[in-house]
Write a protein that binds this ligand. Structure first.
Ligand code: AMP
Ligand code: MG
Length: 348
């Protein structure tokens, strides 16, 4: 059978890991004296991952989802030397084009579009700059200004080129694509969206396997499948954005949606009395300085919710208000400001 390959060039694209748990799932078993409930916990993608399910027959599907998570980690990890993303960055650093599979390609397309739409506030090419801050390492520190400026000159979503591959007679309409960059010093970092993307993929696989009620938590990226067995929404707590705090400032109910938070207290270090968190202003390469302590996005697609939480942390509430107003899908955005006040935008 002949396979005809056709490429299309994405000339213009409009568009993003790791955090300690931000949202704490409040799993109330309202009057369900008889019901089954089990939570499996694993450590993946540098964070704690839990899946709570409510039907014994879902055990195999949940175990399969955990194996799938390990596979996805080998796509998106920026630090594991055997990951696909690692290989992509290595190829880009040699000035070579690189063929990526469906998941990495789809995540890159989403990220490129989000970078364009947010005018670069969401920037998945900040890898070199993030490396200098080293938030995930043992010794994070404020980088030297000249070194930071040099790293920042090798960023920019518009320097990434994505070329989709269509295989017309294949079952798969999106087998992946070719990634290239004119800047051999640029590094892709999907930390702003990868956990959300993975959560969405796990949800889809679990639903295909017949799971109708479950809650996934990938280090604070919470994804709901359906509702709780008693028909009520899952209640998610929005953490008080303070060091080591286990208090909530608010709770939200979600059903078949994701709730994703970006905040100043997820990954940070203190140097000379100053707090440095991991969400960077792509214009300066330094952590965003604003009145925002955290932002939580509730949206049906977890990957997009993750992209939006990072974006809206960078842009601030005015952008979010307009975005929510114009968004054709249901969306709720909740900011916790540093003074403790809340700002909520919703089109529901
Ligand atoms: P999140 O916790 O989803 O907001 O993602 C934060 C992570 O995304 C950081 O640890 C970096 O890996 C990456 N990142 C930092 N700043 C940005 C930005 N402006 N746009 C996209 N990704 C970013
Ligand atoms: Mg994010």
């Amino acid at each position: 059978m002949k396979t005809e390959k056709k490429r299309y060039k994405i000339k213009e694209f409009s568009t993003f890991f790791l955090a300690l748990p931000v949202l704490f799932c409040l799993l109330f078993c309202n009057g369900c004296g008889k019901s089954f409930q089990k939570t499996v916990t694993t450590f993946a993608c540098d964070t704690v991952v839990t899946i709570t399910y409510y039907d014994k027959k879902d055990e195999k599907a949940v175990n399969d989802a955990l194996s799938y998570l390990s596979e996805l980690e080998l796509v998106f990890s920026r630090t594991k030397e055997n990951s696909e993303l690692y290989a992509l960055n290595e190829a880009l650093h040699k000035g070579e084009d690189f063929v990526v599979g469906k998941d990495l390609y789809q995540a890159l397309v989403m990220s490129y579009e989000a970078a364009k739409e947010s005018d670069g506030a969401f920037d998945f090419t900040l890898g070199n700059v993030s490396d200098l801050w080293n938030f995930t390492g043992e010794t994070p520190h404020v980088p030297d200004a000249a070194v930071l400026a040099e790293a920042l000159s090798h960023t920019g979503y518009e320097k990434i080129h994505l070329e989709g591959i269509f295989v017309t007679d294949a079952e798969e309409s999106n087998p992946g694509g070719i990634v290239s960059s004119e800047d051999a010093s640029l590094s892709v970092d999907l930390g702003g969206m990868a956990k959300g993307y993975m959560g969405q993929k796990l949800k889809e696989q679990l639903m295909e396997a017949g799971v109708t009620s479950a809650l996934l938590n990938l280090g604070g990226n919470v994804v709901a499948i359906g509702k709780k067995p008693d028909g009520t929404k899952f209640q998610i707590g929005i953490a008080k954005p303070e060091k080591d705090s286990s208090e909530y400032v608010s709770t939200v109910g979600i059903a078949n949606e994701a709730a994703v938070t970006s905040g100043i207290y997820q990954r940070y270090f203190e140097e000379n009395g100053k707090w440095y968190h991991h969400i960077l202003d792509p214009k300066t390469g330094v952590p965003v300085e604003s009145d925002v302590a955290s932002v939580t996005v509730i949206y049906r697609d977890s990957g997009m919710a993750d992209i939006l939480s990072t974006t809206m942390f960078v842009t601030g509430p005015d952008y979010a208000e307009t975005y929510v107003k114009n968004c054709p899908q249901d969306i709720t955005v909740i900011y916790v400001m540093k003074d403790g006040s809340l700002k909520e935008f919703s089109n529901k």
